[in-house]
Design a protein. Structure first.
Length: 270
């Protein structure tokens, strides 16, 4: 669904665009159509979050260049993010983690990338609720805990418990003091204005019906950071994301969305 709504803008390199063209996205068509018709704020959040995450990744890599050399995408799905990153950073490696899609993703990457590029991307089937299994799988795939990493956790926090999310982050950020994590999540809905609250509830209900999942997780960022032994460097709401991206806003108040993107660091980082 997310790839269908994001469309061609989900990729920023020719290889990423080629990957999108080869994906079988039919399973998400019903939900994508419903979002386009009924949920304009949810559609905008998807359209904003992907370029904003890229912007933050680039800023973090510029701030500390060695971070660019290890990208970990937890809940990677079918996104071309890791492929695009390795195209743009010829020395980088990327590690994609997800319980589904990794076999398909591996096959498509091998079709659109040359051998030297494809071998720098690992597609790792892994249950992201099991942090110990993720750690073992990453290390087996060549991830180094003696070097900094950039972690992206997008579209995942809704579907696992806050405790499971904290376990991933605790592992992600404890390995190296220069590592950083970009986490997209749904925060407290109680401050939302009435129209945004109604759309959010209806949208989440539709996802539960189609995906067959439990109630989507709402994250308490302060509690998450405490449990994950992390510090919050920044937290952005969609109105700020639109402004920083330089696009015409449809959000005019923070209370129009519970979606947030936080930048997390190890608690000991300066």
């Amino acid at each position: 669904m997310v790839m269908l709504i994001a469309g061609s803008d989900a990729a920023v390199t020719p290889q990423g665009s080629a990957l999108l063209k080869l994906l079988d996205l039919r399973a998400g068509e019903a939900l994508a159509d419903a979002v386009r018709i009924r949920f304009p704020l949810a559609q905008r959040r998807i359209l904003v979050r992907k370029p904003f995450i890229r912007m933050q990744l680039n800023a973090l890599a510029t701030e500390h260049q060695p971070r660019a050399l290890q990208l970990v995408s937890a809940g990677a799905g079918l996104s071309p993010l890791a492929l695009d990153w390795c195209v743009e950073h010829p020395e980088a490696r990327a590690f994609e983690l997800d319980i589904d899609h990794m076999v398909q993703k591996r096959r498509v990457i091998d079709q659109v990338a040359d051998t030297s590029l494809a071998r720098r991307i690992e597609c790792i089937p892994c249950d992201l609720t099991d942090a110990a299994a993720c750690r073992r799988a990453l290390r087996t795939a060549g991830w180094r805990d003696d070097a900094p990493s950039l972690w992206v956790i997008e579209g995942l926090a809704y579907y696992i418990t806050q405790d499971a999310l904290a376990s991933i982050l605790r592992f992600a950020l404890s390995a190296h003091p220069a590592s950083r994590a970009i986490v997209e999540f749904s925060g407290d809905q109680s401050p939302l204005c009435d129209s945004a609250l109604q759309e959010t509830r209806e949208y989440h209900s539709l996802i539960r019906q189609i995906v067959g999942t439990h109630a989507l997780t709402t994250v308490d960022l302060h509690a998450l950071a405490t449990t994950a032994h992390a510090s919050v460097e920044r937290c952005f709401h969609p109105m700020e994301m639109e402004r920083l991206l330089g696009i015409d806003p449809i959000h005019h108040h923070p209370e129009e969305s519970a979606m947030r993107i936080a930048l997390l660091a190890p608690r000991t980082a300066s």
